[in-house]
Design a protein around this ligand. Structure first.
Ligand code: 3BY
Ligand code: FES
Ligand code: FE
Length: 410
């Protein structure tokens, strides 16, 4: 297990433009540094606000070993708390999601309001002051219906991102959607292999027959940068912007997040086997069926697709150095009726296949990296510039964290 100093030294010695040395994908010391410097500090995508439709609706997630509960209060506000009772520390909610009028600890029934205040604790004596034992809050912000949390003492800035999310995602009206389906899988691979795989389509033609019916695997379209985009991408952006939909490639100055709207192949309008819409009711205020897909990532743990008829949200959470949980959520208009406005199988089949294909790919990637023969290999400049961008962001973030805040050039 590498020490922090050894992780830093390995970072400084890495070869840019090449995959990372083995330790970054397998070592518990690197994993601990990833959690401490990235997952415990940054904004982490938790859920859609549509997953918490009413007061008392909650979801739980674990960031490393930190269990968190995200819950909608009686006042409609979404808040996040450490999912650890102020009595003797028991987890309060164990289900992945649910609904409860109060948060009741299963151990000795200490009972909390949805805003975290301790309401009731039996037989604690006359001088017991419940107000001294509220649930510990976790920073929680929503942007265009996407809920992010941060375990940092002082949360990083959020406003610039929220502003851009309002422009690009706002028109998709996520607040007026509902969950049509959610799938959670565990991939036996380091979380960075899951992200790296997502940031390229070099593998798409060889692995994703269903996705490739509608999704262009042209690297100049997939939105790695603004400058070298393909003509059909530029035309699509012009058409959508003229219709009032922000679509041009935009990336955070720190390169943590990016938005861009790209077209589907040919006449396709959605991720279905025949390319036709999966849901007859469009979401939000999308003015046309062929708006393509708005691609959004926010490191370290989410990428998303916003279409005219659905939104697809992906949440990545590390479980251990070589295990990662991936949750996919399909959102459709809240008034869309299953069986009438959409068929669940048609809506989900392409990405259920694609996720399983990606799981196999990254698991094989992990197995091969465990080989004593593994050494970092070169990324394709044309096909894998998105991977280079992610790995550089990761290296800078980790380096900054390990050196106490100084951002060093990669
Ligand atoms: O999931 C993504 O965002 C991209 C598009 C399809 C596969 N992957 C490269
Ligand atoms: Fe929660 Fe005792 S640990 S009530
Ligand atoms: Fe893939």
């Amino acid at each position: 297990m590498l020490s922090h100093a050894e992780v830093l030294s390995a970072l400084l010695r890495r070869r840019p433009g090449y995959s990372l040395p083995r330790a970054f994908y397998v070592d518990p010391g690197v994993y601990a540094a990833d959690l401490e410097q990235i997952f415990f500090k940054d904004w982490i995508f938790a859920c859609a606000s549509a997953e918490l439709p009413k007061s008392g609706a909650y979801i739980t997630l674990e960031i490393g070993e930190a269990p968190v509960i995200v819950v909608r209060g009686a006042d409609g506000q979404i808040r996040a708390f450490h999912n650890s009772c102020r009595h003797r520390g028991s987890r309060i909610c164990s289900a992945a999601k649910g609904s409860a009028p109060k948060l009741v600890c299963p151990y000795h029934q200490w009972t909390y309001e949805l805003d975290g205040r301790l309401l009731y604790a039996r037989d604690m004596g006359a001088d017991f002051d419940p107000s001294a034992f509220p649930l510990k809050p976790v920073h929680c912000r929503s942007a265009a219906g996407l809920v992010f949390i941060s375990l940092a003492e002082v949360a990083p800035p959020f406003d610039a991102f929220a502003h851009m999310a309002a422009r690009y995602v706002g028109p998709h009206g996520l607040e007026n959607t509902k969950v049509a389906h959610q799938s959670t899988i565990v991939e036996k691979a380091n979380w960075k292999l899951v992200l790296e795989n997502n940031r390229e389509c070099y593998h798409c033609s060889g692995s994703h027959p269903s996705l490739c019916r509608t999704f262009p695997d042209n690297p100049r379209l997939v939105g790695s940068s603004a400058s070298d985009s393909a003509p059909e991408g530029r035309m699509h952006i012009e058409k959508c912007e003229a219709a009032g939909l922000p679509s041009a490639y935009v990336i955070d100055p720190a390169e943590q997040w990016r938005f861009v709207r790209i077209p589907f192949l040919g006449k396709a309008v959605s991720y279905t086997m025949d390319g036709k819409a999966a849901v007859s009711k469009r979401i939000g205020k999308i003015p046309m069926e062929d708006a393509g897909t708005c691609l959004f990532f926010h490191y370290p743990n989410t990428w998303n697709h916003f279409l005219a008829d659905q939104a697809l949200l992906f949440r990545v959470l590390p479980i251990s150095p070589m295990e990662t949980q991936v949750t996919t959520t399909w959102l459709v208009h809240q008034d869309a009726r299953e069986g009438e406005d959409y068929d669940l199988n048609r809506l989900t089949e392409v990405w259920l296949h694609t996720n399983d294909e990606d799981r196999r790919i990254v698991e094989e990637n992990q197995r091969g990296i465990l080989s004593p023969a593994y050494e970092p290999g070169p990324y394709s400049e044309l096909q894998e510039s998105g991977v280079v961008q992610f790995v550089d962001w990761y290296a800078q973030s980790l380096q900054r964290g390990l050196t106490g805040g100084t951002r060093l050039a990669v």
